[in-house]
Write a protein that binds this ligand. Sequence first.
Ligand code: SAH
Ligand code: SF4
Ligand code: F3S
Length: 469
Amino acid sequence: MSNDTPSRSNPPAAGKRKLFIKTYGCQMNVYDSQRMADVLAPQGFTTTDTPDDADMVILNTCHIREKAAEKVFSDLGRLRPLKDDAQTKGGDVMIAVAGCVAQAEGAEITARAPYVDIVLGPQTYHRLPELVARASRARAQSNGREKISVIDTEFPAEPKFDFLPPPRAEGPTAFLSVQEGCDKFCTYCVVPYTRGAEFSRPVADVLREARGLVSAGVREITLLGQNVNAYHGDAEGHITWGLGRLIRALAEIDGLARIRYTTSHPSDMDNDLIAAHGDVPQLMPMLHLPVQSGADRILHEMNRNHTADDYRRVIERLRRHRTDLALSSDFIVGFPGETDAEFAETMNLVREITFAQSYSFKYSKRPGTPAAAMKKQIPDDVSSARLTELQDLLDQQLREFNAASLGRTMDVLLTNPGRLPGQLGGRSPYLQAVHVNAPASLLGHVVPVRITTQESYSLGAELCDAKAD
Ligand code: SAH
Ligand code: SF4
Ligand code: F3S
């Protein structure tokens, strides 16, 4: 975000307003940000990629770790001069804080940053047009006096999905939220409080949205949920479908080349979903399955409801169905009470399973969660040392995984222009970034390539003779 406070022209006519959205956090927030733009489009908002010329700024926030949440307040501080400057010129910039920090800390936001116009949670963004109208009225009525912020952090009975317009496709890949919320209550985690109870969208809605995306040119869909493999959507005939069945139905959609899903919980990997990894060629051989820790006592304290061996067994079964399955995971180091020996168990699990890619974090104490009240919080220098050790190992595994791709032929979905002229960028089945010399006409196609070079975090390739799909 820029610190500049450029001059602004007169307030724009309704119907020609610019919207800047900054997204923090997980893929679901990326999806939500796109949907917020979709909801506001009929109100005349078009998106811009800088806050400097925006009439409305939305910060779509993440509460998962302290750093992420604090960032919002510093970004808000930077937006203030933009708003002040616009107001001196007789205009305004409407500022909205959305997402998980808004849900958890709505009152604190308006206390610390009273110039925020709207605070809305992850379950109420379908009401944005109404919230914008209310905020405009509040502004008009304030007449120089203190203005009241509009806050909507309800968990409404009606699911927002029923009120959203069909999404627009932006390129050949898309996210599709199928499940939201979490009932698992891991002791360190804020998500059950910020996103609310588990909810699955009905099968027919998901299939309709997927067909719409594919007919608009999408080739790869990533199904999203905080616990996506707990999906149990209502289907015709008063039954519910699990994720495996949903994936099989999506695979019937003509033109949909690739399906992924994230994020999963190890205890929700049922037989049908595991079998789908072997049966459904469109389901990509890369699975994000967070384990958090390799030590059973820590997993128990985390309320993860599985042991390290349970995790090993799930992976074994998955690999039996799909021998080339690659894995990624999330890890937390320095959970309260974690000993050196318990951390060593995490390192051993990583050495044993081997991950193609991973995310690892220092435990962050979150207000209101059970782990925040646990004794034996780990000193920061100990957590930092553990994180470095774990990340070195994970990084080495990532580089080895990429090195093993050299010389291999694989299908790449070409998604964007490359860094150099004549090049296109894309992603391998394993989500590796691949660049290849190819004509722009191949954008949006899956093409077989031979991997020829390895850079730090990407691969170079050449087109094979076989035809694109
Ligand atoms: N539902 C998903 C992930 C949700 S949050 C799952 O169960 O795996 C994404 C990741 O953030 C988690 O997997 C965890 O590794 C990390 N995380 C969550 N709360 C955290 C905290 N308090 N401190 C550090 N990392 C945390
Ligand atoms: Fe958080 Fe655990 Fe739910 Fe994942 S499963 S969102 S880590 S409470
Ligand atoms: Fe963050 Fe909320 Fe996602 S806390 S990780 S934005 S669900």
